[in-house]
Write a protein that binds this ligand. Structure first.
Ligand SMILES: [Zn+2]
Length: 209
């Protein structure tokens, strides 16, 4: 059984690693945002309830998120486990998850704040086709121009340094207690997420073995 969650700040590379590891272990890669949207699109009673919160810009209550998650991990493709990305976000969610499907491993993607700020502030997006670039890890072929349509790339307001500082402060405040929660239960593995995707991937494999 592989019940795994990835924890870490935005820009730590969790999404890339989650896709690779989920394929290797043949377990579904679950993001609660995607699950809630799929449930809403299927117009199930739970989905419609979640949709009401999302449409009005409110947070979907933990009880609803956990019911959607519980239903999803009960499906046959999750019989060997699952990989959660972006959940749990609070100690309350972590506590409830313990009674539904206790995680075996929680991998914390650690990296220094200045590296994170560099990565996040290097993101650029094409206003025409929405392709996302990163000047450090995935630059466009021609500086400042989209590879697909040549449009001038822009920086999103929330990728500007002031906004990044706020995002990281919010992240640190909400995540530290969750890290402590799993560390206290002996299930946390911290990895150094500053390396290349291959280097980080090796650590992820060692941490989830
Ligand atoms: Zn484009």
């Amino acid at each position: 059984m592989h019940r795994i969650a990835f924890l870490g700040p935005p820009g730590a590379g969790k999404g890339t690693q989650a896709t690779v590891l989920a394929a290797e272990l043949a377990i579904p890669h679950l993001s609660t945002g995607d699950l809630l949207r799929a449930e809403a699109a299927a117009r199930t009673p739970l989905g419609l309830e979640a949709d009401g919160y999302m449409r009005s810009g409110r947070l979907v209550p933990d009880a609803v998120v956990l019911r959607v998650l519980e239903e999803r991990i009960g499906r046959p493709d999750a019989r060997n486990g699952f990989l959660l990305d972006g959940f749990p976000r609070t100690v309350a969610q972590a506590t409830t998850l313990e009674s539904v499907a206790p995680l075996d491993r929680v991998v914390f993607f650690d990296l220094p704040r200045d590296v994170l700020v560099d990565r996040l502030s290097s993101r650029r997006v094409c206003p025409t086709c929405r392709t996302v670039y990163n000047l450090l890890s995935h630059p466009p072929r021609v500086a400042g121009r989209c590879d697909r349509d040549g449009a001038e790339l822009v920086q999103r307001p929330d990728d500007r340094p002031e906004a990044i500082a706020t995002r990281l402060a919010v992240y640190a405040e909400t995540t530290a207690p969750i890290v402590d929660f799993y560390r206290a239960r002996g299930r946390l593995r911290t990895i150094d997420a500053t390396g290349t995707p291959d280097e980080v991937g090796r650590q992820v494999r060692a941490a989830t073995r």
